[in-house]
Write a protein that binds this ligand. Structure first.
Ligand code: SF4
Length: 259
């Protein structure tokens, strides 16, 4: 299926199911993907199919281009709800990520004070103190936790580093507590003949226990929306997502669902 890459360093605005009118900040190269996961459902494609040849934008380029886009949107009478770090991979891999976060917050305060600053992150870098600290400064620190099952993670999220340990990531999430929002992809389907349904109690119950221990500000559950590189994946149903959302809410945690 056709997957897509985003312009860099700024793209959109796009209408996000979860965030509203979102101006995207893509810290990764425009011509490929750069991620510490290699998710089977990634709308940018698989890492091996999307090798980047150009460089990441510098902090100066990000700042200048963001200013240009915000000035143009203001002239058009468009106010973004959110400035979202997302795009062609994992934003926290950018070597200047903490500095760029600070600069984006400054520009937001000056040019678009109504907009929230969000980061969509796979959380792999939260074990690095400078990244953890930078993520505590944004309005919406949206960390991925698709499951707590290491075998499922290796099948679906496919961490690039062999030293990835989901328990280390969960420890960082517990330190965030209400300073994070958990994002979880639920889906069905198969890959290489293996069942990838993570909507059943086998996966949901241990994940729920962990969510309750983390005590995030909110949980966002969603399913496949755009094209995925693997054609045998399937959306979770409305009923499956509604059931999981009710279980999250019953644990006292706010839950937003995108179908
Ligand atoms: S973490 Fe996000 S960008 Fe990275 S492979 Fe997964 S879906 Fe794609």
């Amino acid at each position: 299926m056709n997957t897509q890459l985003y312009a860099s360093p700024i793209f959109g605005p796009i209408h996000s199911r979860r965030l509203g009118i979102s101006l995207g900040i893509n810290l990764l190269p425009a011509d490929g993907k750069c991620c510490s996961f290699d998710c089977l459902y990634c709308e940018c494609g698989l890492n091996s199919e999307r090798v980047a040849h150009s460089k990441m934008p510098t902090a100066d380029e990000v700042s200048a281009t963001l200013r240009q886009h915000l000035a143009k949107l203001a002239l058009e009478g468009i106010q973004p709800d959110v400035l979202t770090f997302a795009g062609n991979g994992e934003p926290t891999l950018h070597p200047q990520f903490p500095e760029i976060v600070n600069r984006v917050i400054e520009i937001r305060n000056e040019m678009a004070p109504q907009a929230k600053v969000s980061v969509l992150t796979n959380a792999t870098q939260t074990v690095r103190p400078e990244i953890f600290n930078a993520l505590t400064h944004v309005d919406n620190n949206i960390v991925k936790l698709d499951t707590v099952d290491p075998i499922y993670i290796n099948k679906v999220d496919r961490p690039v580093s062999h030293s990835y340990d989901v328990n280390e990531i969960i420890r960082a999430m517990k330190q965030f507590g209400r300073r994070c929002i958990i994002q979880t992809m639920f889906m069905q389907g198969t890959y290489n003949g293996e069942d990838l349904d993570n909507t059943t109690d086998r996966y949901v119950l241990p994940w729920l226990d962990t969510v309750q221990q983390i005590q995030p500000r909110e949980v966002m559950i969603y399913t496949i929306d755009r094209n995925t590189p693997v054609a045998t994946l399937q959306k979770a149903t409305h009923q499956q997502l509604d059931r999981i959302a009710a279980m999250v809410e019953a644990r006292g945690v706010k839950c937003q669902t995108s179908y």
